[in-house]
Design a protein. Structure first.
Length: 81
């Protein structure tokens, strides 16, 4: 996928958001979260990261939580439907 991003975690996040196969999304969500947490770990090692990137990661983690809830709803509908 050719997505213009500044950081690797942003690419992983975009891939998760753009996936249309509901059965694959959970794996992409996990990969994006892992990428974000690795970047946050880098921040803790060097006391930093920009405030903008820190905020973007926080916002993206919230977005992934919403997406994960939508996936769970879809999965539940597949079991009952």
């Amino acid at each position: 996928m050719d997505i213009k991003t500044k950081y690797r975690w942003q690419e992983l996040y975009a891939i998760a958001l753009l996936e249309t196969d509901w059965s694959k999304i959970e794996g992409y969500i996990q990969a994006a979260e892992n990428g974000m947490r690795a970047r946050l770990h880098e921040f803790s090692m060097n006391h930093g990261g920009t405030p903008e990137e820190n905020q973007a990661i926080e916002d993206s983690l919230i977005g992934l939580d919403v997406l994960r809830k939508e996936v769970a709803t879809w999965q539940a509908s597949q079991r009952t439907g």
